[in-house]
Design a protein around this ligand. Structure first.
Ligand code: FE
Length: 502
């Protein structure tokens, strides 16, 4: 079986552009909740940058001094940066999930984490405890006048966008049932053909077993679920993200197996029981967004096989003739979480980088052609929100500083897929990057006419910056660097809303 083999460049750089101690600084808990106008600013905030950037990620890397095993097990903390009239305001709040409140009250770990965090007391204290902690730490969206913190294995938590207070769990007028999953990677269709060209939100959930159930949800602009359909596909599936086109949802079913026994016996977290299967293909699952006639059946669902590999995140997909074209960040294999390892001691050189590939899925011939677009280590791709599901020219991605090898993200890469041009803005050696978010300039003309916003951890002063880049030109200095008064632990995903919440 061929894999998404990593393509190596010969590195010209003999010294690393980062120091691991500096990188580790971004993995500390932020226990305080802040609320202030940002006044330490280099450059100028564009006065026409108007709206709110919401970010989510693990805010706690320990519970009262007891370390968690993996950052994905950290309690969700929302950071909100509001831009209005050339000024910016910061606020952060933890999502008050039931488990967060219980553990904070108890002052100790009460729950096992999916990614290997165990309760104290060894395997006996953990065996046969299948309670999941809905940690609401992966993404935050503002849709249908609701601010929702998302975690892929359970229902969203709704927050007040003005105060960031937790209001409770969200069930979309009872369409979602208690504990039902709602993934952390919704796609926003800017112009939905089924809703008269109105925008809509498309999301999914995964229910695993010997076969896997994929449910598709589509929400209109009022936040009402207007389409929901369920499909069963063969085998166990670990699917974190998907992509949409006007007519299809596209999933990559990574070749993995799941052995639940060590989890049941309290020896490993559930996520540590997933094993990559290099000799099996990746299955690309293509589900029409219009529900099939026979409810729950496979009719209309296509599965096409391609090389073995692992994908967490897709950049975008679009339709072209008989093909769906999809750009995805691919790894040669799943970086496995080991029970005895410490994520702060990650040996970046021992792992293969994520690289951007383009796949041509031919729906007629049921074939897949693929090519490497970017060999630089990269993650967290984003693009102009109006290009979701449509052919895009530009992508913005978190990237390593050096053109080869595996390393922490320290830079942002702008890719022009028409000309092939690359522009890189790097925060190395002391800066560490996160997911970029593209915000179009009001009344913008071009696809890259706007700003790229991102949090950058600055190890030289142990605090984080909000960096505003001119998306038209990454070669220039940032438009502004907003110095926060504290660090923000490395986060996961977020979104921008043109509404102002202070
Ligand atoms: Fe993700």
């Amino acid at each position: 079986m061929q894999t998404f083999e990593t393509q190596e460049l010969i590195s010209q750089i003999s010294t690393k552009p980062y120091n691991r101690n500096d990188w580790q600084g971004g993995y500390k808990s932020l226990k305080q909740e802040f609320d202030y106008w940002i006044d330490d600013i280099e450059g100028q905030i564009p006065p026409e940058l108007h709206g709110t950037l919401f970010r989510n990620g693990p805010g706690l890397l320990d519970i009262n001094g007891q370390p968690i095993h993996h950052p994905f097990d950290g309690d969700g903390m929302i950071s909100r940066i509001t831009f209005a009239n050339g000024r910016a305001h910061f606020r952060n709040r933890f999502v008050r999930t039931d488990a967060y409140l219980e553990e904070q009250k108890a002052g100790k770990l009460l729950y096992r984490g999916v990614f290997g965090t165990q309760k104290p007391g060894g395997w006996l204290a953990n065996a046969f405890d299948f309670k999941l902690k809905n940690i609401a730490n992966t993404n935050v969206i503002y849709w249908g006048d609701k601010l929702l913190a998302l975690w892929e294995a359970a229902e969203p938590h709704r927050l007040d966008p003005h105060t960031l207070d937790t209001l409770g769990k969200e069930y979309f007028h009872g369409v979602l049932s208690e504990g039902e999953a709602f993934s952390a990677h919704p796609c926003f269709d800017p112009s939905c053909e089924f809703d008269g060209g109105e925008p809509c939100l498309v999301n999914f959930s995964i229910k695993v077993g010997l076969s896997t159930t994929i449910t598709i949800f589509e929400l209109d602009t009022t936040g009402t679920i207007v389409r929901k359909h369920t499909h069963s596909v063969p085998g166990f599936a670990f699917i974190h993200d998907f992509a949409i086109t006007p007519n299809y949802c596209v999933f990559f079913q990574n070749p993995v197996s799941f052995n639940p026994i060590p989890f049941a016996l309290g020896i490993r977290g559930a996520g540590e029981c997933i094993k990559f299967q290099p000799n099996q293909p990746t299955r690309v699952i293509i589900i029409p967004r219009q529900p099939p006639l026979d409810k729950g059946g496979l009719r209309g669902v296509q599965i096409i096989e391609t090389h073995s590999g692992f994908v967490f995140h897709h950049a975008n997909a679009f339709e072209q003739g008989n093909e769906i074209i999809i750009d995805s960040i691919c790894y040669e294999s799943l970086p496995e979480v080991e029970p005895e390892s410490d994520f702060r001691q990650t040996d970046f050189d021992a792992l293969k980088p994520g690289q951007l590939w383009r796949f041509h899925l031919n729906l007629q011939d049921k074939t897949v052609q693929r090519k490497l677009i970017e060999s630089r280590c990269c993650e967290f791709p984003t693009l102009h929100p109006q290009k979701v599901g449509r052919e895009h020219r530009y992508l913005y991605i978190g990237a390593a500083h050096a053109p080869s090898g595996n390393a922490p993200l320290q830079a942002f890469l702008k890719m022009d897929l028409h000309s092939g041009e690359r522009q890189l803005w790097s925060a190395a050696p002391k800066g560490f990057a996160s997911e970029p978010v593209f915000v179009p300039r009001p009344y913008s003309q071009g696809e890259d006419d706007g700003w790229v916003l991102a949090l950058v951890y600055d190890a030289s002063c142990d605090r984080s910056d909000v960096v505003i880049l001119d998306a038209r030109n990454f070669n220039k200095d940032p438009v502004a660097r907003l110095h926060l008064k504290h660090h923000i632990p490395y986060g996961l995903h977020g979104n921008f809303s043109s509404e102002v919440f202070v």
